[in-house]
Design a protein around this ligand. Structure first.
Ligand code: ZN
Length: 74
């Protein structure tokens, strides 16, 4: 995956987050500084979210093409 991971705590603006091994919008995240917990969508920067969503779409398109013969994807 070619995602530059960037995240920030919505409560305390802590930006020291490591990129998780698998990027998924439903991933659980926790802030080390203030203890705020939430999903990755709450923490990730917009550019990071965009990249994750694009990646998920691409993966879904590949899966669909294989199963129901959908065309004109990608
Ligand atoms: Zn925090």
């Amino acid at each position: 995956m070619n995602v530059t991971f960037s995240a920030r705590c919505p409560k305390c603006n802590n930006r020291s987050f490591d990129a998780p091994e698998q990027l998924d919008v439903a991933l659980e995240f926790a802030c080390q500084a203030c203890g705020h917990r939430g999903k990755l969508v709450e923490f990730a920067d917009l550019a990071t979210l965009d990249a994750i969503v694009e990646d998920i779409k691409k993966r879904a398109a590949r899966t669909l093409r294989g199963t129901n013969g959908a065309k004109a994807i990608g």
